[in-house]
Ligand binder design. Structure first.
Ligand code: BGC
Length: 351
């Protein structure tokens, strides 16, 4: 087990660091202090030594204010909030509108775009762990409360990687913390849509044209049926004119995964098309937003120096139901003054 720290450079007054967690089987996970970002996950590969399974950009500077949110921590809220309007108790708040009229991923000074501080680094016998923290002030992006947010990343020798979020506030507030890692388990040797996906969900969320959630619908007879393992590509091709996948240029929808959480079962299983690398995702979050990268263009360079391209990797965001307080579904995000908000996302890597 090992955990290292490397100084990368400065962003104004902030020193930017890269932390790398390595287990005894040589799973490598690199975390950037900027955005508390999961910059890279690499798994042992019998042919190449290591296979990068995330959308990893060439330079750390590419992550600054990156609108694709590659690997970013998301908060105080993941996803969109209609018109930026939020009601907590009897108080109405106007959040910043950074996505047309709507609020997206916590606004322009969200946790994705802050440099997080090192809180703790632990090197155990069978695990390594890194805890980063950041603060948000009362009224920042319109949200109430002086808030403290931390994330712990723990990698162990069984191939489990656990993300644990925690949030506290001095006023009643709302937290919906998540992570925006894009995965391509083939190591970007095949399009992201050729990955084989299985989601333990009976219903998905239909969106309007602005990607705002409208209602839960059954997955049957739709491209959202991932009840058995199937590639995203095959499901899209089975329903070529489905209005939802046209809006999203693929997928940009939530799935109800509350059952999986109750059973402590994996909510998601993902494999590359050759079945050489996989992951299982466990979480206590009620919803999984699948964003298949339909709006990724060629504007960034990947670690292997090739340009990014549409759906080169897919994001699996375990979170509250998007716009939960308007949708009236599955929210665990209202956090009262003095309470502790906690969310867990666990990946189990298979290779
Ligand atoms: C959203 C997409 C958005 C993307 C930003 C995703 O989580 O659902 O609508 O375009 O983040 O890169």
């Amino acid at each position: 087990m090992n955990i290292t720290e490397k100084y990368l450079g400065n962003l104004s007054q902030d020193s930017i660091f890269l932390y790398t967690l390595v287990n005894d089987n040589n799973i490598n996970i690199s975390i950037l202090s900027y955005g508390g970002t999961i910059m890279e996950i690499a798994l042992p590969d019998k042919d190449t030594g290591l296979r990068t399974i995330t959308l990893t950009l060439k330079n750390w500077e590419d992550y600054i204010h990156n609108p694709l949110y590659p690997g970013s921590s998301l908060g105080p809220n993941a996803g969109r909030i209609r018109n930026g309007e939020m009601t907590i108790g009897s108080n109405n708040y106007q959040l910043s509108q950074n996505d047309g009229r709507h609020h997206l991923h916590g606004g322009v000074s969200s946790v994705s775009y802050q440099n997080w501080s090192l809180k703790e680094r632990i090197k155990g016998k069978n695990f390594v762990s890194l805890t980063l923290s950041t603060v948000l002030t009362d009224g920042q992006e319109g949200y109430p409360g002086n808030r403290e947010i931390s994330v712990s990343y723990t990698l162990d020798n069984s191939g489990r990687f656990e993300i644990q979020y925690s949030g506290t506030s001095d006023r009643d507030t709302y937290f919906n913390l998540s992570n925006h890692t894009y995965f391509n388990l083939s190591g970007l040797n095949a399009p992201g849509l050729s990955q084989i996906l299985n989601i333990d969900a009976n219903s998905y969320i239909a969106n309007n044209e602005e990607h705002l959630p409208l209602q839960l619908l059954p997955i049957e007879n739709s491209p959202f049926d991932f009840g058995s393992p199937v590639s995203l590509k095959d499901n899209l091709e089975s329903y070529p004119n489905h209005p939802q996948t046209i809006i999203a240029k693929g997928y940009n929808n939530g799935f109800d995964i509350r059952n999986a959480a109750l059973r402590n079962a994996p909510a998601v299983t993902l494999w590359d098309s050759e079945h050489t690398a996989g992951l299982k995702l466990y979480t206590n979050a009620p919803c999984l937003v699948l964003y298949s990268g339909g709006f990724i263009g060629s504007e960034y360079r990947l670690k292997n120096n090739t340009p990014t391209y549409i759906s080169c990797a897919i994001a699996l965001e375990a979170q509250d139901f998007p716009d939960a307080l308007h949708l009236g579904e599955g929210s665990d995000g209202i956090t009262l003054k003095g309470e502790r908000y906690q969310r867990k996302i666990v990946y189990e890597f298979l290779y």
